[in-house]
Ligand binder design. Structure first.
Ligand SMILES: Cc1cc2nc3c(=O)[nH]c(=O)nc-3n(C[C@H](O)[C@H](O)[C@H](O)COP(=O)(O)O)c2cc1C
Length: 390
């Protein structure tokens, strides 16, 4: 129902996002969209690029008089760094020395450089890395902000926090209030809810920088106040857990996804991992005593918070370069170094929130779909009544 595409290279003119399927009549707060883009640029362990870019989305289509009109939305985020790359990556054919100087023939292990060059038949990984770069997540975050605006109309909020950097982990559950508070705090270096743990995480980031190395970690995305019944158990490709896993796994450097306590559950007894059900008569609501399932059972939301984690590998580009092979001469060389981040866990979390928001907004549209927000709201309210009377 909700489709989105992105285009644009890391050092090209701009990133573009096309988003189709939102209902008409959704109020669009561009300040919120730009605030989300800003959040993606924050975080302890980021390289020089974030100082150059001050991302802002310009709307070219689909929003008029401050609201969606049912037409596809087109957004453009300018790459400020383009000024430094105009001669290197012009649209026109070129034999300029600038372009030749930025050819990349020493593919970096852990990047799409070599496999992409072989696949697309280039002996220059520049074309591949320009698109594989996580700069593309800015375009996703812009689309995700629109999805969040839709979800907010129905009371659903999404936030993320950092629960591990290298091997330093947050060893306790965080409450929704803590997660929401740390999301609002733009000064928080790693978006971890526990100040003492965050200091230890920062020390890991510092140690990596000093050693010319990099670190990965884990971010957790939480969607709060979801209705029961998004997604379906009925077909493999309708299961919401599967859709969310694909969406989160598609974020650059995410190598594993966990829903609820999935990893711990695999090593436990059944009696230790299921969430017992009880009924709160006064609220007329079914409740779970715990939320180890992370808000999903059988691929369907069960009304608890959705809890999903993305495991990021350490950044592949190292100042202390790894061994590789020159794609032209086939001789051993050291991998190329491009200005790079050395810890991106908080930014990965913002990209993760956006992907979760897009999947959930799509599920909302499937369940409550309508051409206008008013029609969608009527469908939502009628379903809420069904659940209340169940
Ligand atoms: C927000 C974010 C920023 C990233 N920044 C960098 C970076 O500066 N340098 C780098 O080598 N990798 C960076 N990555 C990871 C690479 O884009 C990614 O590892 C690479 O494209 C290969 O894809 P894969 O790890 O998903 O297989 C970043 C990832 C995210 C989520």
């Amino acid at each position: 129902m909700l489709r989105f595409y992105t285009a644009g290279e890391s050092h090209g003119q701009a990133l573009l996002t096309f988003l189709s399927g939102l209902p008409a009549g959704l109020r669009v707060n561009l300040e919120f969209v730009n605030h989300e883009l800003h959040r993606r640029q924050l975080g302890y362990g980021r390289g020089g690029r974030q100082k150059i870019e001050k991302d802002r989305a310009d709307v070219f289509a689909g929003v008029r008089h401050g609201q969606t009109i049912g037409a596809p939305i087109a957004l453009r985020i300018e790459n400020r760094d383009w000024a430094n790359w105009e001669k290197i990556l012009p649209v026109e054919a070129t034999d300029s020395p600038e372009a030749a100087s930025r050819k990349l023939v020493a593919p970096r292990p852990g990047h799409a450089d070599l496999a992409g060059s072989q696949k697309f038949n280039f002996h220059d990984a520049r074309y591949v890395l320009e698109r594989a770069s996580a700069r593309e997540t800015a375009a996703r975050v812009a689309a995700g902000a629109f999805a969040k605006l839709l979800l907010r109309e129905f009371g659903t909020e999404i936030a993320s926090h950092t629960i591990q950097v290298r091997n330093v982990g947050l060893e306790r559950a965080a409450t929704w209030d803590e997660i929401r508070a740390v999301n609002a705090d733009l000064e928080s270096p790693l978006r971890c809810v526990d100040a003492a743990v965050q200091e230890k995480m920062k020390a890991e980031v510092d140690a990596a920088l000093k050693a010319g190395d990099t670190v990965g970690g884990v971010f957790e995305v939480v969607a709060h106040n979801l209705p029961v019944g998004l997604g379906s158990h009925a077909q493999w490709d309708e299961k919401l857990d599967g859709k969310l896993a694909q969406a989160l796994m598609s974020v650059q450097a995410v190598k594993a996804v966990e829903i609820g306590s999935g990893i711990l559950a695999a090593g436990s007894f059944g009696s230790e991992v299921q969430d017992e059900i009880w009924y709160e008569k006064s609220a007329r609501k079914f409740r779970r005593a715990s939320n180890r399932a992370g808000g999903l059972e059988g691929g369907i939301t069960n009304g608890e918070d959705l809890v999903i984690r993305g495991f990021l590998k350490p950044i592949s580009t190292l100042r202390k370069p790894l061994g590789t092979v020159d794609m032209v001469t086939k001789e051993p060389v050291q991998a190329a170094y491009e200005r790079s981040d050395w810890c991106v866990v908080p930014a990965g979390g913002v990209a993760g929130e956006s992907m979760v928001a897009l999947v959930l907004a799509d599920a909302f549209l499937q369940k409550f779909g309508g051409d206008s927000l008013a029609e969608m709201r009527r469908n939502f309210e009628s379903y809420a009544q069904q659940i209340d009377e169940f």
